[in-house]
Ligand binder design. Structure first.
Ligand SMILES: NC(=O)c1ccc[n+]([C@@H]2O[C@H](COP(=O)([O-])OP(=O)(O)OC[C@H]3O[C@@H](n4cnc5c(N)ncnc54)[C@H](O)[C@@H]3O)[C@@H](O)[C@H]2O)c1
Length: 365
């Protein structure tokens, strides 16, 4: 292995802790420093991690930083990513890729024409849960896959997040926030999407922050909070998806893939390692499947580490910007279709990523 990729984190809020937990385990990554608009927060996190606190101006040009890990809010994703690329840095960013395709296109084009990499969360699909499901599909365990269903719901993130306002602004809502996990999993399992039909709505519930210093503050709701859609994959398979911030309780399964000879119950795509279950014509009862593929005990940061390995091996990385862009186009099209237009065509293309072999050495020590 060559020199580890130097990582500079921009945006050290809620999710950054999960990356800080995993980066030390990923031997091809080295945390160099952090920056945040909230300078005091950056200093505190830098001290806790034993790295340098940069200003947001400094970090983009810091000499030891090879890749900017963009953990800012969706509203800043495109701007921060482009700024990093323009300073010659590779980027790995949290989902969603951007707020709109219009904002996203110049970013992906700049990276491509300057030979820079962009990786995009989620990387949960690299864990054993979804990779084992992919292994089952690729090996014909359920015959020909022709349909899927996916569902995620919660009453709303304001019940646990101390600054949840962004979840109700354009660029978030249940589709842009949770949709990327489900859509990335569906594209990984059933291939790229060619068209969508969407429908969206919201209740008149008043939203308030429940925890932290801002508890009791009202939240302005800019987006629809209950979204349904039907996707057609290039393979001809059809997926039905529902994501919602409106539901107090639900027993709907997360993802199921339906084949001509059976069904795969795919584990929660917001997690890495939960088991898949299989039900077939030959063995018509649910059976847990032991891990057959995927990075073992993975967590947030494995997608960036996979990108570092791919750079060394001169191959495409799996949690790619192209995949993030494709998912963004699907989400944008669902909302457009939900606002009254008919079926929306998807123009972006993405190559299905290769299976993460269980036998392949995991990135982590
Ligand atoms: N919280 C979660 O559980 C979770 C899970 C998965 C993914 N994510 C994603 O991670 C991202 C961050 O979410 P979070 O919950 O950590 O948010 P957060 O509000 O807790 O933290 C965001 C941080 O980014 C900083 N920031 C914003 N714009 C900036 C800019 N232009 N330059 C520098 N710093 C900037 C803010 O000051 C803040 O410290 C979002 O895209 C979200 O969708 C969050």
């Amino acid at each position: 292995m060559g020199k580890p990729l130097g990582v500079g984190v921009v945006g050290v809020g809620n999710i950054s802790g999960q990356y800080f937990e995993n980066i030390p385990k990923l031997t091809n990554l080295k945390l160099i420093g952090v920056a945040d608009l909230d300078v005091e927060r950056a200093k505190k996190v830098a001290a806790a991690q034993g790295v340098q606190a940069f200003t947001v101006q400094e970090i983009y040009t810091a000499p030891n930083v090879d890749v900017i890990l963009n953990l800012t809010l969706p509203q800043s994703h495109a701007e921060v990513t482009l700024k990093a690329l323009q300073n010659g840095k590779h980027v790995y960013l949290e989902k969603p890729f951007a707020l709109t395709m219009e904002e996203a296109r110049p970013v992906i084009e700049y990276a491509a024409s300057n030979n820079l990499r962009i990786g995009c969360a989620p990387d949960t699909f690299l864990g054993t849960g979804i990779q084992t499901s992919k292994y089952l599909l690729d090996n014909g365990a359920i015959g020909g896959a022709f349909a899927a269903s996916a569902a995620w719901s919660a009453p709303g993130h304001e019940r646990w997040h101390p600054s949840p306002q962004f979840y109700y602004l354009n660029g978030a809502g249940p589709l842009f926030d949770m949709g990327p996990y489900y859509l990335t999993a569906l594209v990984t399992l059933l291939g790229p999407v060619v068209n969508v039909i969407g429908n969206t709505t919201r209740s008149n519930r008043e939203r308030k922050i429940h925890t932290g210093d801002l508890a009791g503050t009202r939240i302005a709701v800019e987006v629809d909070t209950h979204i349904s859609a039907i996707l057609t994959h290039a393979s001809g398979a059809q997926s039905t998806i529902m994501v919602s911030f409106e539901i107090w309780g639900s027993k709907l399964p997360t993802i199921e893939i339906y084949g001509t000879k059976g069904t795969i119950s795919v584990p929660d795509p917001n997690r890495f390692s939960d088991p898949a279950f299989l039900f077939t014509e030959e063995e018509p009862e649910w059976k847990e499947v032991k891990p057959l593929a995927g990075y073992v005990d993975a967590g947030r940061g494995f997608g960036l580490s996979d990108m570092a390995t791919a750079m060394e091996e001169n191959r495409q990385h799996r949690a790619s910007g192209e995949l993030g862009l494709h998912v963004l186009e699907i989400m944008e099209a669902i909302l457009k279709s939900g606002n009254g237009s008919a079926r929306e065509l998807i123009k972006s293309k993405v190559q299905p990523s290769s299976l993460v072999l269980l036998a392949q050495p995991t990135i982590a020590d």
